[in-house]
Design a protein around this ligand. Sequence first.
Ligand code: ZN
Length: 282
Amino acid sequence: MVGARFVKVEQRRPDLRIPFPERFVERLTGRTVTALGRRAKYLLADLSSGEVLIMHLGMTGRFLVDDGGKASGGGPPLIGAYRHTAGGVRAHDHVVFHLSNGAVVTYNDARRFGFMDLVPRTELDRSRHFTGLGIEPLSDALSGETVAQLLLGRRAPLKAALLDQRLIAGLGNIYVCEALYRAGLHPSAPAGSLATPTGRPTAKAHRLAEAIREVLNEAVAAGGSTLRDYARTDGSLGYFQHRFRVYDREGKPCMRAGCKGEIRRLVQGGRSTFFCPVCQRP
Ligand SMILES: [Zn+2]
């Protein structure tokens, strides 16, 4: 998409989770995408108009890229193969971008919890989606020191604090479970226990920062985790779910060498947490 212009935009509904912004099609048509990025769980496309197209996949949203067969060396377009094998339903194609480089980028979302919005780049950090967002877990901002500062004095369970997007943005349930397991930390421990009374990092805080970074980097390299609907833009599936050490392994033996523990599940804030009661003591 970078460097390509929106030749034609099809908006097939007035809303997804929230209404599309006013004159959505008009504000995109003729504009060039100057950069793509991400902040927390939001995908960002900078436009030549100075606005940013914000896109959120919600639960079941996905982008399908049909490049006319270029990526497959003139063979059938990847999108076609995907639709047949994975059953993407065309009735759920809600937005279609026709780009000047010939690519067709389609937003498909069965449950419509995703959304799109347009915000001036200069107002992005102050927009309703971005105010109060926490630090990026893959940036230099994440360290034992920042983990300790963010959690200092918090009595909430560690798991809940890590899912709080106002502290660290973009960590989801799976990756928090995996990071806590790798760091050997109990999900119900008070979040503040990772900081000394003066806000200095404990060894646990350093281990956690390292585990978060490690899990996310491995997951990105594996193309993400395919549970239910998640797929990459060419329709292929991520495979990090085959690397889960703890998530969704209730009743199975702990994978840590020498550990005789059995993975348990507990429900925290309505979400399942998986942990090893031996490796992750309170
Ligand atoms: Zn264990």
